[in-house]
Design a protein around this ligand. Structure first.
Ligand code: ZN
Length: 81
């Protein structure tokens, strides 16, 4: 996990994606959610909401949303060739 270049806190996948989305697609250093919020004079909640919208829109920068409404079947695929 990358470290925030400002406070050296951990930067999770969502925060990394937000950096790429709203700072620079070429970013190689990242800000954590809190420092991003400070930099853009917004709140962590607002950033997470924005991230959620991007994810729902299928933005490839963000980790995919976990599948909902599906129950995983026990066992697994049995396929032999
Ligand atoms: Zn930080």
């Amino acid at each position: 996990m990358p470290r925030c270049r400002q406070c050296e806190g951990p930067v999770d996948g969502i925060a990394v994606a937000l950096n790429l989305k709203i700072v620079s697609r070429q970013a190689t250093e990242f800000l954590c959610l809190r420092c991003l919020a400070e930099t853009f004079r917004t709140t962590e909640e607002a950033l997470l909401e924005a991230a959620d919208r991007y994810r729902r829109a299928g933005c490839i920068l963000f980790p995919p949303l976990p599948p909902s409404g599906h129950s995983s079947a026990p066992g697994g695929g049995v396929s032999r060739g």
